[in-house]
Design a binder for this molecule. Structure first.
Ligand SMILES: [Zn+2]
Length: 423
């Protein structure tokens, strides 16, 4: 048969990296073998062809904070980074925890260039009402501390919420920082001007104590698939590992910025403030090791755009990341020694499976033709004026990366063609 499109090059498949061809017809991968015929042919030398990246932790800010980002600009940033599916978080000014809020958000998301899925919030007053939005969400999100747009969920309610979500068979993502530890650290900081106030107000123990509480609650809801958001410390990784070894369905994700930056970077650049904060070099290295040995299951951006002025004047927490996804992937491979097969797992197949998206996540006949071709020889210095995110800046400005996305396909449609983004 003649395909609509044939891509040839080094293809990252579950079985290994193959020098082969991908035949794309009617939006699907139809064949993976040599000797294919196609109406159009793309040769991708110097690159790796990944399944389109699936980022299960983004904040595209609509509705309510359109000045920071909207679904059109946020999804263009995703394409820039090779991300073809995102799962949006519920902490908007009106939380996404009711059928009305979810429907309004889904309508706004129709203008996105990539697939947008949704996490549901847990209704504070009546947690059992979470079932009302079940068909429209890929999972739920719970906040154990205060952070942008999210109030802390009452800790005493946790066991009940865990059982409620477990009954619905959807996964639960949890922002793990213990508010009690944070409040005590802040109190102590009042008398100590030498400490770096931001990082020290949210110490590693805030995270590990919250993770311990999650593990405890999970014993009462053992069928729940729970995920620790943006794990930032070595301690969290070993707790998650132990819980999983003990039969609990606990996983964790690592955010690009925690893999790339350290606490020192944040002291020099307050734009890098985020929750949980950047940690020391030992924790950063532990996260990279976790990517390699499987204790980290998901690679995410936690894309949290704020305007530059808001960051500087109000000290808001969160950094954007979608524009730089392929940048950081190329750096993980070339400079940190992460196997591209592991990248395909943590950035595509694992999140697709976790969110129940069975039609994507791997390059195989019958799957959607969602593809991210990363050119590992296309050196580039990241620049704020090149980002597609409406926030208009990047935490990586000035950093040199070994590679970047060169072709991006979503459902067979070319969204980036030889570095040129189409839109
Ligand atoms: Zn987040």
């Amino acid at each position: 048969m003649e395909h609509d499109l044939v891509l040839e090059g080094r293809v990252v498949t579950p079985g290994g990296i193959l020098d082969t061809e991908i035949g794309v017809t009617e939006g699907l991968v139809k064949e993976v073998r040599r000797g294919l015929r196609g109406a159009k042919r793309i040769r991708t030398e110097g690159s790796l062809i990944f399944p389109g990246f699936v980022d299960m932790h983004v904040h595209l800010r609509e509705p309510g904070w359109e000045r920071k980002e909207d679904f059109r600009t946020g999804s263009a940033a995703a394409v820039h980074g090779g991300v073809t599916t995102v799962a949006d978080m519920p902490n908007n000014p009106t939380p996404t925890d009711s059928p009305e809020a979810l429907e309004a958000k889904a309508r706004l998301a129709r203008k996105a260039q990539v697939d947008v899925r949704f996490h549901g919030g847990i209704p504070r007053e009546r947690p059992e009402a979470l079932a009302k939005i079940l068909p429209g969400v890929v999972g739920y999100k719970l906040y154990l501390s205060e952070t942008t747009g999210a109030a802390r969920f009452p800790e005493g309610e946790m066991p009940r919420v865990f059982r409620l979500v477990a009954d619905r068979a959807k996964p639960l993502s949890i922002h793990c920082e213990d508010q009690g530890v944070i409040d005590r650290a802040r109190e102590k900081l009042k008398d100590d001007a030498r400490m770096d106030s931001y990082a020290d107000a949210r110490p590693p123990e805030a995270e590990t104590r919250a993770v311990a509480a999650v593990v405890e609650c999970l014993r009462g809801a053992p069928s729940l698939r729970a995920n620790v958001c943006h794990a930032s410390t070595a301690g969290t990784l070993s707790m998650v590992k132990n819980a999983a070894a003990g039969g609990l369905a606990l996983s964790c994700e690592a955010a690009l910025h925690h893999l790339y930056f350290t606490r020192r970077s944040m002291l020099e650049n307050s734009m890098l403030r985020t929750n949980p904060p950047l940690r020391g070099e030992e924790d950063r290295q532990a996260l990279v090791r976790g990517l390699k040995d499987g204790s980290v299951s998901f690679l995410v951006t936690d894309h949290a755009p704020h305007l530059r002025d808001e960051k500087l004047s109000e000290g808001l927490a969160g950094v954007p990341g979608l524009d730089d996804f392929a940048h950081v992937v190329s750096w993980l491979i070339r400079s940190q020694g992460v196997d591209p097969l592991r990248i395909a797992q943590v950035a595509s197949s694992n999140p697709a499976e976790h969110l129940g998206l069975k039609d994507r996540g791997e390059i195989a006949p019958g799957r959607r033709a969602d593809l991210a071709v990363v050119d590992l020889r296309a050196h580039e210095v990241a620049r704020g004026d090149e980002v597609r995110s409406k926030c208009g800046w990047s935490p990586y400005e000035g950093a040199e990366f070994p590679g970047r996305a060169r072709w991006v396909l979503r459902g067979g449609e070319l969204l980036m063609d030889d570095f040129e983004q189409i839109s």
